[in-house]
Design a binder for this molecule. Structure first.
Ligand SMILES: *Cc1c(COP(=O)(O)O)cnc(C)c1O
Length: 791
């Protein structure tokens, strides 16, 4: 059977054209072979897999390619696709700044070239392959980002990308856990450039001897031998004047940034542009209007109970697809609006038009707001309402009349459309303190813990207390999409909130009470039953409501001594449960007291033994099986014997590793605030209430917009707490106020508006005030706006 292939699929939930897709069964935290069935159900007929599941071998309408390494096969296909194109391909790698340099070069070159850039953070073994697969013959130049975390990975990326020009960004001095030293890390990165004609790098990072023979090294730095030599830099406010020597002449650049990382990234961009032939005058002009980029897509609370997905920095088909995927994962609203701008080259490119039409038709939009040329085919799209505006100005004028209400709005536009102005009007403002939540990090952490569990063990995600402070449906949408088995909340109203926002996963409620029975029933929330009293009350209620087989969860107290049936109560309990068909026991569980503490392992084992004994008695009496679960985060990691049928993942999902053993966990939330005012004060003055902060020397004091009403405990006052500003840790001075506090920023060049990270190290912060990170997370007050990132 011959079929054209247009799509390389690896996630059965994200297949756009099944009839033209090949499904690769990749093995990561989950084995892609488990999803072959799902992919087939969705219409996929081509499979590259490393073993053939039984059901597939009986089918005659499929093509199967049996390989030992499906990811390797995908990479070979990507490499072959890349070879078809002869325009320059720039490979970008380094420790920091890769994505920024890529996105800036895109902005700088797109004015006169058709530029392809790898989407978002697609820089891994899989991401690079998918990026290359999207190359088309309509481009003039391509920017491909390459990222590695382990030795040996770059050679695979190099084989695929085969860059003509290599760009090395900042190399951090520290070496990552996975590399012996920083030198090994650098050598590994340079592997990408093995066959490049030209390599652009800082002379401080690389010497010509370290490169493959024959490659031309084009450097920037402060040496007379550098291609671009930085002579002087002078920062005023947010702008910096650079004096550089380039091709023998001195030039002045004014750039709209003041931080060292941005300056370095810009030097790389200037060097690259000059090297590929742009005259200085053009480089100057384009650099002068560069903007800082928010490269990740953001989910924000919008006006009139909307959710605004802000992806307003670029627009191409690959990144639009990612954003639409994200839009489709939003269950909190029925209606979905897409505000979309023109794409570069769309007018002439038939194939691009077709792809776009296809993508939009599949997205089930209630409304499409198009900004750009009025193409005929727009009217034929099978979407809800269609509105067309010729430019952003016109859209902004009409915005008040477009009735945005209770819907998800994706704002996706090319840079020049300045859709950030649209987002600003649509989103709810914050007062300068925000909690940033990285949804990719949650997905990553979920994978980390899943990879520790045997396949058949189910996973319950704890989303109680507003998902440990990080959000409700925003987190639950992601968990539902990631196919966790259960969610758990503390109280019924938290569960109701998830249900009314479209969450359909089973939900367990830890602390139900009589007043909430009705809402449990109404919203299919499953209570934890922890005492004979609540059991009796619930049975009576179910009787009155004529319910049968209502799902409940029994909690056993094996040592926590909080809620639950003691072992001595099991007989009474089973007596009560015998022949009661009002309920169905979905699970029986217990909670470990000290699963993170090796010194208590003896006690933990006793808890587990007791649990097993009780469960067996219950099962014997009732005569059916239920899910058994014991392990919280620490137990998942430390105690495989506690895994049973399901685990309850809490704090680890949110990126906090109490035992400090998982380098692969990612930080999920970042609390950020801003500087409101800076003062220079002489020694002897005091800062804040009650004259607590006495200055011992002349000092510079910054006031920031966070206080104990936001969840920054008063116990952090008088130097106990430290925040990070411009990369430096600075202590608090004086007492913490209700809405503000003061920092000692002596010696730093801090101005009003500067960003401040409140908990640079949350474990250290928790220790400083004798608590645990859980408390700091859940205390971040509701008035602090949450912004969700996804890339
Ligand atoms: C909160 C909670 C968990 C999760 O604990 P972590 O230490 O955050 O993983 C598990 N089980 C129960 C009963 C809980 O209340």
């Amino acid at each position: 059977m011959r079929v054209p292939v247009s799509e390389l699929a690896y996630d059965s939930r994200k297949i756009n054209r099944p009839e033209e897709a090949i499904f690769f069964a990749l093995v990561a935290a989950r084995d892609g072979h488990d999803f072959i069935d799902d992919a087939y159900q969705r219409g996929v007929k081509n499979f590259i897999i490393s073993f053939v599941p039984e059901f597939l071998s009986d089918l005659s309408d499929v093509n199967i390619f049996l390989v030992t390494d499906p990811l390797g096969a995908l990479q070979v296909i990507a490499a072959a696709h890349r070879k078809k194109f002869h325009y320059p391909i720039l490979g970008i790698t380094g420790s920091n700044g890769k994505s920024i340099v890529k996105a800036w070069l895109f902005q700088l070159l797109a004015a006169d070239k058709n530029v392809y850039q790898s989407p978002k953070s697609y820089n891994s073994q899989l991401g690079v392959a998918l990026s290359l697969w999207s190359l088309t013959d309509t481009c003039d130049i391509a920017l491909i980002e390459a990222g590695i975390s382990q030795p040996g990975e770059m050679k695979h990326l190099e084989k695929m990308i085969q860059p003509d020009i290599g760009i090395l960004t900042n190399i951090g001095k520290a070496h990552d856990q996975n590399f012996e030293d920083s030198h090994q890390k650098l050598r590994e990165k340079l592997t990408l450039f093995q066959q490049c004609n030209t390599i652009i790098a800082g002379s401080a990072y690389v010497k010509a001897e370290e490169l493959a023979a024959g490659a031309k090294l084009v450097t920037w730095g402060d040496q007379p031998t550098d291609y671009l030599r930085l002579i002087d830099q002078n920062t005023q406010g947010t702008r910096t004047h650079l004096t550089v020597e380039l091709t023998g002449k001195r030039h002045h650049f004014e750039i709209p940034f003041s931080d060292q990382a941005s300056i370095e990234n810009l030097l790389i961009c200037i060097t690259t542009m000059s090297h590929i032939g742009y005259p200085i005058a053009i480089i100057k002009e384009r650099i002068g209007v560069l903007r800082p980029l928010e490269m990740r897509l953001q989910l924000k609370k919008g006006i009139a109970n909307t959710s605004v997905i802000d992806d307003s920095y670029s627009n191409d088909i690959a990144s639009l697809r990612i954003s639409l995927d994200f839009l489709s994962q939003q269950n909190q609203h029925q209606r979905r609006t897409l505000i979309l701008s023109e794409m570069e080259g769309l007018g002439l490119d038939k194939k691009l038009q077709e792809e776009l039409i296809d993508l939009i038709n599949k997205s089930q939009l209630s409304r499409l707001i198009w900004v750009g040329q009025e193409y005929k085919w727009l009217a034929e799209l099978s979407t809800g309402r269609l509105l067309i505006f010729s430019d952003t100005e016109q859209l902004l004028d009409e915005l008040p009349h477009l009735e945005f209400k209770e819907e998800s709005i994706l704002v996706k536009g090319a840079r020049r459309f300045q859709f950030e102005r649209v987002v600003k009007r649509l989103s709810v403002r914050s007062h300068g303190t925000v909690l940033e939540i990285n949804l990719n990090a949650i997905a990553n952490n979920l994978m980390v813990y899943r990879s520790l569990l045997p396949k058949q063990v189910k996973l319950m995600a704890m989303v109680k207390a507003f998902s440990y402070g990080s959000g409700s449906f925003e987190i639950a949408n992601l968990l539902q999409f990631s196919k966790v088995d259960y969610l758990t909340v503390a109280f019924a109203d938290e569960g109701v909130d998830l249900r009314t926002n479209g969450i359909t996963l089973p939900i367990m409620v830890l602390s139900p009470d009589q007043e909430t029975f009705q809402s449990l029933l109404q919203h299919r929330l499953e209570p934890e039953i922890y005492s004979l009293k609540i059991l009796d009350d619930f049975l009576t209620f179910l009787d009155e409501e004529r319910q049968t087989e209502f799902p409940i969860h029994l909690k056993l107290d094996t040592g926590m001594h909080r809620l639950g049936f003691l072992p001595a109560e099991i007989d009474l309990l089973t007596e009560r449960l015998r022949d009661r068909n009002e309920i169905k026991i979905k699970s029986v569980f217990t909670h470990l007291v000290a699963s993170g503490d090796p010194l208590q392992d003896e006690y933990t084992r006793q808890q587990i033994q007791q649990y097993i004994a009780c469960v067996e008695r219950i099962e014997d009496t009732l005569g059916y099986h239920f899910i058994r679960h014991v392990a919280n985060t620490s137990a998942i990691a430390r105690l495989p014997e506690a895994h049973f049928d399901m685990v309850r993942l809490g704090i680890g999902l949110y990126g906090i590793d109490m035992q400090n053993v998982f380098p692969s966990l990612q930080q999920v939330s970042r609390l950020k605030t801003t500087v409101t005012q800076v003062k220079h004060l002489p020694a002897g003055q005091t800062i804040g209430y009650d004259r607590k902060g006495l200055l011992k020397k002349n000092s510079q004091i910054a006031t920031v917009k966070i206080g104990y009403a936001d969840g920054y405990s008063r116990r952090f006052g008088e130097g106990v707490g430290a925040m990070r500003i411009q990369g430096q840790l600075v202590p608090t001075v004086g007492n913490i106020c209700m809405d503000m506090c003061m920092l000692d920023v002596t010696g730093l060049d801090v101005v009003a508006g500067d960003e401040v990270e409140v908990f640079p190290d949350i474990l250290a912060a928790a220790n400083a005030i004798h608590t645990i990170p859980y408390e700091l997370l859940v205390n971040v007050s509701n008035r602090v706006k949450r912004i969700y990132y996804y890339e």
